[in-house]
Design a protein around this ligand. Structure first.
Ligand code: BTN
Length: 185
C-alpha cells in the first residue's frame, strides 16, 4: 500500500475483494451445537492478513463486519445491529484484530515462506479464540443468563473448530506463499 494520503484504487479493490470473500466464507458453513458454526470466514480472514498487510486487512475486515452490522446478511446467522448480542460476535471482533495482527507480523517478518506465514497465522488464531471465547462467555452468562462455565465453552471448540482452523492456518499459509509468488499484491 502506498503510504500517501490517498488510498489507491488497487487497495480499494483488494479490500472489497477480500471483504467479499469473508461474506462468501460465512455461507460455506456447518452448523454446530451451542450457537456455533464451522465456516470458511476464518480461512479468508487469515488470507486477508497474510496478503494485504496490516492496514488494508484492518480496513477490509472492519468493512466486512460493518456491512453485517448495518443489516446485510453476511454473517453466519444473518446480520443486523442485534448481532452485537449474539454469542459469535466476539469471533467477528477477533477477525478484525487478527487480520491486523497477521498482516503486521507478515510485514515485520517480511513473510515469503510457509513458516513465516504460519507463525503469523497462529498468532491470529490465538487472538480470534481468546476474544471469541471471552465474548461468548459473557453473552451466554450475563445476557442470556445460562450458567455455562468457561471450560465448557473452551471444550466445545475442541472437536471441530480448533483442529479445523489449525488446518485452515496451514492451508492459508500454503496459499499465501503460492499467491505471493505469482501476484504482486
Ligand atoms: O457469526 C458469525 O458470522 C461468526 C462465526 C464465527 C465462527 C467461529 S470463528 C472461529 C471458529 N471457527 C469456525 O469455523 N467457527 C468458529
Amino acid at each position: 500500500m502506498k503510504m500517501n494520503k490517498t488510498f489507491d484504487v488497487k487497495s480499494m479493490v483488494l479490500c472489497s475483494l477480500f471483504a467479499s470473500l469473508s461474506c462468501i466464507g460465512a455461507f460455506i458453513q456447518i452448523p454446530l451445537p451451542n450457537s456455533d458454526y464451522f465456516t470458511l470466514q476464518y480461512l479468508f480472514v487469515m488470507l486477508t492478513g497474510m496478503l494485504l498487510g496490516s492496514k488494508r486487512a484492518l480496513i477490509s475486515i472492519s468493512s466486512y463486519v460493518f456491512m453485517g452490522l448495518i443489516g446485510l446478511p453476511v454473517f453466519a446467522a444473518g446480520g443486523g445491529i442485534g448481532y452485537l448480542l449474539k454469542p459469535t460476535f466476539g469471533y467477528l471482533l477477533g477477525f478484525i484484530l487478527s487480520a491486523y495482527l497477521v498482516g503486521y507480523l507478515c510485514e515485520k517478518l517480511n513473510a515469503n515462506s510457509f513458516s513465516k506465514f504460519f507463525i503469523s497465522g497462529l498468532s491470529g488464531f490465538l487472538v480470534i479464540y481468546i476474544v471469541g471465547f471471552a465474548y461468548k462467555y459473557m453473552i451466554l452468562n450475563f445476557y442470556l443468563s445460562f450458567k455455562i462455565p468457561f471450560i465448557a465453552i473452551l471444550l466445545s471448540a475442541f472437536p471441530i473448530d480448533m483442529p479445523g482452523d489449525f488446518i485452515m492456518t496451514i492451508l492459508a499459509s500454503i496459499l499465501a506463499v503460492k499467491i505471493k509468488r505469482v501476484v504482486k499484491i
